[in-house]
Design a protein around this ligand. Sequence first.
Ligand SMILES: Cc1cc2nc3c(=O)[nH]c(=O)nc-3n(C[C@H](O)[C@H](O)[C@H](O)COP(=O)(O)O)c2cc1C
Length: 354
Amino acid sequence: MRVTSKVLDQEQAAFLVRRRVARLATADGEGKPHAVPVCFALGRSSIYIALDEKPKDVPVSHLKRVRNILENPEVALVADRYTEDWELLAFVMVRGRAGLLEPDTEEHDAAVRLLRGKYHQYEAMRIEENPIVAIRQENVASWGALDEPDESGSRLLDTIHGRRSVRQYLQKGVPEDLVERVLEAARWAPSPHGRQPWRFAVLRGAETKKRLAEAMGEEWRANLEMDGQSPEIVEKRLESSRRRLLEAPVLVLIFLYLEELDVYPDARRQRGETTMAVQSLGAAAQNALLAAYDLGLDAGWMCAPLFCPEKVVEALGLDARLVPHALLTLGYAEGDPPKRRSRRPLDELVVYRD
Ligand SMILES: Cc1cc2nc3c(=O)[nH]c(=O)nc-3n(C[C@H](O)[C@H](O)[C@H](O)COP(=O)(O)O)c2cc1C
């Protein structure tokens, strides 16, 4: 969907901040167009472009873009993402009036800092001695999947970005060695004191899955009824959860196992110890999800066992010291992969303190 506004919104700004290059379009006094790739930095309401030493053969005042801006300050800057997966295409175009910031002014100094912050190459160039192009935003247009992560140059980061929760699977078996490699990834997660406070159960058979679904369903039914849900809603939700469990080719249960952790005389440290174990169980689960995705499988996370631990352990005939925390479904996604759920931009999540 195309979005237009007067100034960049947060998503458009975040997209621009991640681009390394944009195209700057200018026109001369007669309207003849000219476009060049530019490095740029985003200020509060302006975009800055250095007039650097790259075009060594002409003084900056002779550059066509500079002459055009002096004759006609109307410019447009467009930055885009192209990938062969057209779901990920996107662009932001900013139109506005451009001018030249002369050296030794406050805004010029700030622009130089921004540009050097984004491009380390500028550290070694005397961009502070030349004017800087400043574009004042007057109109912004954007289109496409601005929020999608960019290819990162890191295989792991791309795997992290690519993984998503899958809730419907093809009826197609998962080879045992793939499941084992998923568990291998899980067991290499970090853990408090290296004690690995987790255990796994792999369920494949229809009868076992059914036993588990029924045991968990009983408790869930009681909870939903306690919440005052109508009988139709209760049946609908139970049936959909049951189907998810039965139709996933493989279920991996992850249990917390606290027996080998340190024991403290005070409740506060004991709570901390247990929290650490739960944190590391989460890390093991995420390792498993990422490995599954990397191996060409799809996976999902269900929290249901956490709410009926005794029922799960009893249904599967397991050691009562095992506390079920997570259930991972494994298989091959049915249909198109689900849409990626968007994430909050980093600047909403992070504060920096130097
Ligand atoms: C601790 C935890 C419990 C979750 N429980 C469920 C669940 O019971 N059912 C479900 O469909 N998804 C569950 N999820 C998956 C989240 O809904 C999912 O990760 C989130 O919506 C983000 O989507 P994505 O994983 O596709 O990026 C759980 C995730 C976590 C981390």
